[in-house]
Design a binder for this molecule. Structure first.
Ligand code: SAM
Ligand code: SF4
Length: 356
């Protein structure tokens, strides 16, 4: 039987005790093994938050905006280089930069370049509110960005303003069209599924993807300790979207093992797709392929875990071997699933803390 024993310092809170020495070693110093957790899930996708700070005030995330000054001590480009080298050695092929709002960081172009140049990394993606999209699009493309997910919760400028605190929907729509016309960056749009806006958003989204090769994804609203009131007022299940799409002749596609958590629907008459992310659905976590790292260098084994694990020492010391060893030691304790259905979002009081 495997025993978990607490240990201290910057190591994970639990590591395999000597009672487990009869198991196959998790780590071989000569050739790092891919990261695989106790549920046979291979972890090939890193979501890296590069700042907690955000300029928006999305009503479901940071309704009063980011409080205080932008945080100090965010991971440096050199630390990110070490981090990604370590992750690449254990099988990571895709890195998503997120936040807070990642495009707020002045060195975001260097960060994209650094990740892109790391051997083994095939895809660099970013999730952004799009505030700086127009200004920085060309430099992101030149740095090697492959994919961008833009959060856009409404096609109605007034609703967008109310939901985010920013009156910039026409600019954002125009910047996204420029992206489609002038770059080969793959575009997806994320929107929170809210009872009040769902139907109108769906009709507009279907119209939007008719001539555009874009996936518009509805994400079920997740409850955190900061947003319970709005959650109870607005949470809607995604069945209403899937029923409508099926009725209209849209075809669902199975979630691929390397793909994201969305079920995507396509239609012969439409260039783009409609996607659904339903974190409350049964078996949602079965195909989890990701680990998260915060902008302060802490590993989150699940978005809604109760704790996190500090790997900053390895990053400061450019200690890739130490990092790889720590990552392997986390594998026995990656949770099987979240507990959102029990209204338990762990330490995540809002999603700006680690990037959704
Ligand atoms: N600021 C960037 C943005 O908005 O795209 C990146 C960080 S944001 C936390 C990442 C994603 O999480 C966004 O698409 C956002 O809509 C989503 N999100 C935030 N709070 C959420 C919640 N309570 N439920 C579901 N998705 C949420
Ligand atoms: Fe900022 Fe993104 Fe949260 Fe909106 S969802 S407040 S843009 S971190």
């Amino acid at each position: 039987m495997t025993h978990l024993a607490p240990i201290s310092g910057n190591e994970p809170r639990y590591a395999l005790s000597p009672a487990s020495t009869s198991l196959t070693p998790l780590f071989s110093p000569s050739k790092p093994q891919p990261l695989t957790d106790n549920f046979s899930r291979q972890l090939t996708y890193l979501r890296l938050s590069i700042t907690d700070f955000c300029n928006f005030r999305c009503e479901y995330c940071l309704p009063d905006g980011y409080q205080g000054k932008p945080p100090e001590g965010e991971l440096t480009v050199a630390e990110i280089a070490t981090l990604v080298r370590g992750f690449a050695q254990v099988g990571t092929v895709k890195v998503r930069i997120t936040g807070g709002e990642p495009s707020i960081r002045r060195d975001v172009v260097d960060i994209i370049k650094t990740i892109k140049q790391t051997p083994g990394i095939e895809t660099v993606a970013m999730t952004s509110n799009g505030y700086k999209l127009g200004k920085h699009l060309a430099s992101w493309q030149a740095a090697g960005l492959n994919q961008i997910n833009i959060s856009m919760d409404s096609f109605d400028a007034k609703v967008f303003h109310k939901m985010t605190g920013f009156d910039m929907l026409p600019q954002l729509l125009s910047d996204m069209d420029t992206l489609l016309e002038t770059t080969d960056i793959k575009l997806k749009i994320n929107s929170i599924l809210m009872a009040e806006t769902a139907y109108e958003n769906l009709i507009n989204a279907i119209d939007y993807v008719k001539q555009r090769p874009v996936t518009y994804r509805f994400i079920e609203f997740m409850q955190t300790s900061d947003n319970s009131e709005l959650f109870f007022a607005q949470h809607a299940q995604s069945d209403m979207i899937s029923h409508y799409l099926l009725q209209q002749g849209w075809q669902p596609h199975a979630r691929g093992s390397a793909g994201g958590p969305a079920i995507e629907y396509s239609h012969a008459d439409y260039l783009g797709r409609i996607g659904i992310i339903a974190p409350y659905a049964a078996h949602f976590c079965d195909s989890c392929n990701r680990l998260r790292v915060s902008s302060q260098g802490k590993v989150h084994l699940c978005l809604f875990d109760q704790g996190n694990y500090d790997i900053r020492e390895h990053l400061r010391a450019d200690d890739v071997a130490g990092l790889v060893k720590s990552l392997h030691s986390f594998m026995p304790i990656k949770p099987e699933h979240h507990y959102l259905h029990e209204a338990n979002s762990g330490m995540m009081s809002n999603l700006s803390l680690i990037g959704g």
